[in-house]
Write a new protein. Structure first.
Length: 271
């Protein structure tokens, strides 16, 4: 594909929002056409470049997301679950690609994407990096090769501003491990141990979350057996990684049929 795609970014003042602005500017095939923040945010009405502390770039931050999507071929959305559901309806109305990086969505919220996906091309993943998506495949394979004599534990570490746990990535890895084991994650998931929990249940998949400082995102999948442990690890040290993945998804989605996709589809690693 050689055409340029117009991109609208929601939550543009956020950590990922600002990283996306930089990456769109550096990418030869993407052009920023819209920047959205919530009503009342002090960036609304300002030139985005100036709001970010640099020279003007001619894109005015708006709280009218539907309008900001009108001239776009894709909207990239790393915000919050309720906001993402609203943006999904607007992306469907505009018939464009909706790249969703937002994590912390409940099963019910995810199910609500089904209707907008009849008209929008939705690409959603708890982690947009190549490394993590490869790690899900490795996790599934190792989990399939080992029986429940190996306890599976997923340990994730993030910065102190993160609001959801377990992380979207940890849940992707948990799903992959459960799939490898031939079980449903909901039936074996064990998170938030505290107090007299009793001994670990055989077959459970455990989750632990560390929050501190400026950690970008680190994930371990541990298979703990008798006398040995296997640990699969991914460390993200730069958010640009996620932003580049999101741009790749936005471009991949051009000309696709409406529906729900993930990064394995984008990366050509799906079944
Ligand atoms: N899939 C992936 O690869 C990755 C996913 N993420 C996920 O992306 C999300 C955002 O992360 P991060 O950038 O660190 O978080 P931030 O809190 O820095 O940014 C979120 C932004 O969304 C804005 N926002 C929230 N609600 C609305 C709304 N209704 N309308 C418009 N804007 C809104 C926030 O505004 P305000 O400040 O006013 O609330 C803020 O600017 C999280 O769910 C995170 O887990 C992060 C990195 C990678
Ligand atoms: O909130 C973050 O920062 C991140 N969120 C994603 C997640 O929940 O897994 C991806 C990445 O780890 C950073």
């Amino acid at each position: 594909m050689t055409q340029t795609a117009g991109i609208t970014i929601t939550g543009v003042s956020g950590r990922m929002g600002q990283m996306l602005v930089q990456q769109v500017a550096e990418h030869a095939q993407t052009l920023l056409v819209g920047a959205v923040e919530r009503s009342g945010h002090d960036w609304v009405g300002q030139d985005l470049g100036v709001a970010m502390g640099g020279p003007a770039n001619g894109v005015i931050v708006t709280d009218d997301a539907a309008q900001a999507m009108r001239d776009a071929q894709a909207v990239i959305d790393f915000t919050a679950p309720a906001a993402t559901l609203g943006f999904a309806a607007m992306a469907a109305e505009a018939g464009i690609v909706h790249v969703i990086g937002t994590t912390g969505m409940t099963e019910q919220e995810i199910a609500q994407l089904k209707t907008p996906a009849e008209r929008a091309i939705i690409v959603r993943a708890g982690n947009m990096s190549l490394g993590v998506n490869l790690l899900t495949l490795l996790t599934r394979k190792v989990a399939a090769a080992l029986d429940a004599d190996f306890d599976i534990e997923i340990i994730e570490s993030h910065h102190n501003r993160k609001v959801d746990a377990p992380s979207g990535t940890a849940l992707m890895l948990g799903e992959a491990a459960a799939e490898g084991r031939g079980v449903t994650l909901a039936e074996v998931s064990d998170s938030g141990r505290d107090g007299m929990t009793g001994a670990r249940k055989r077959g459970d998949i455990g989750f632990s979350a560390i929050r501190g400082g400026d950690i970008v995102g680190e994930h371990d999948v541990m298979f703990a057996g008798a006398g040995e442990r296997i640990i699969l690890r991914h460390i993200a040290s730069d958010r640009a990684l996620f932003a580049r993945g999101a741009l790749r998804a936005a471009l991949w989605g051009q000309g696709r049929s409406p529906g729900e996709y993930d990064m394995l589809d984008v990366l050509g690693l799906g079944d």
